[in-house]
Design a protein around this ligand. Structure first.
Ligand SMILES: C[S@@+](CC[C@H](N)C(=O)[O-])C[C@H]1O[C@@H](n2cnc3c(N)ncnc32)[C@H](O)[C@@H]1O
Length: 287
């Protein structure tokens, strides 16, 4: 006989409510909710189908479901998000790192491998948010000087918490300020996932994305305002040779290359596509 509050029944109930609210991947999300309530892995959950949830488990499950039905992103509810195999803490007010941004980390690590080991590399992650990109790079590269900049106090606080939780507090410096303003010159590698969504597109984003801070999304009328300013600042602060990696909106590739030619010449540029085949990352080699 199945129990009313068994894992099996509650999974089904949560999944149905999520579907009715238009949330895709409702099965996966219902599993995440119960994994978080019961503090178990997915494989353990599968062995607990007849387990009866206690009142306190039910109360947590109902709270999490209620928040998801209000389209709050799951990482804000669970308090963390996986990025480049690392557990990154997030909360409301802090941008949630995305899988496509792992491309910045991979590309940066490949560039570092091709550089002389005798030179101490200076890397800057501008617009660091939770610190995810700087931390993922810092975990792999022990000899570089790494700086991360950010203007939002909530993000700065979270980036510092993440640095500590990954034991990188002595290796990465988090600085408050706009783009490269807090950084002195001679940057060898600049990486950035800045706000780049055109203002008029913001209202059409998924309801979950609208829970994220506007300052993390809005790139102005054409989406390029912050990137433009970043390139202007970079023109005075980068070493030559040097490399800049900037994530962008797929439609912006031609405009971005033109901007780079105007502001950072002499330079060579190419674009890397994301897993969906969309233009996603601008690589600029400053000559
Ligand atoms: C798209 S989020 C990226 C966060 C993080 N790099 C990531 O990929 O998860 C952009 C971040 O830039 C920050 N930001 C916006 N304008 C900025 C500026 N002028 N200087 C520094 N940071 C800025 C926002 O607060 C936000 O945290």
């Amino acid at each position: 006989m199945s129990v009313a509050h068994s894992v099996r029944n509650i999974l089904r109930k949560i999944s149905t409510e999520l579907i009715n609210c238009g949330i895709e991947e409702s099965r996966l999300e219902s599993e995440l909710i119960l994994m978080e309530c019961l503090e178990v892995s997915r494989s353990k959950l599968y062995t607990m189908q007849e387990y009866e949830l206690s009142e306190s488990h039910m109360s947590s499950a109902n709270e999490y479901l209620h928040r998801r039905l209000h389209r709050e992103p799951w990482p804000y509810i669970s308090g963390h998000k996986e990025f480049y195999g690392l557990d990154i803490m997030v909360e409301s007010g802090v941008f949630i790192p995305r899988p496509e941004t792992e491309l910045i980390v991979d590309t940066c690590l490949n560039i570092i491998k091709s550089m002389s080991p005798n030179h101490q590399i200076k890397i800057v992650d501008a617009c660091t948010g939770s610190g995810a990109v700087a931390i993922a790079i810092g975990k792999q590269v022990s000899s570089a000087q790494i700086y991360a900049t950010e203007i939002s106090d909530s993000a700065l606080k979270m980036a510092k918490r993440n640095l500590y939780s990954h034991g990188l507090e002595g290796r990465i410096e988090i600085l408050k300020g706009s783009l490269l303003e807090p950084i002195e010159s001679d940057i060898d590698i600049l990486v950035s996932n800045p706000p780049y969504i055109p203002s008029q597109d913001i209202e059409n984003l998924q309801p979950e994305v609208l829970h994220e801070p506007l300052a993390a999304l809005d790139g102005g009328t054409d989406g390029l305002e912050i990137i433009n300013e970043l390139m202007v600042q970079a023109s005075n602060k980068m070493s030559r040779p040097g490399t800049i990696l900037i994530e962008f909106y797929p439609e912006q590739s031609t405009a971005l290359k033109t901007l780079a030619d105007q502001l950072l010449s002499p330079c060579e540029s190419y674009i890397i596509n994301d897993l969906y085949g969309d233009d996603r990352l601008l690589v600029l080699k400053l000559l």
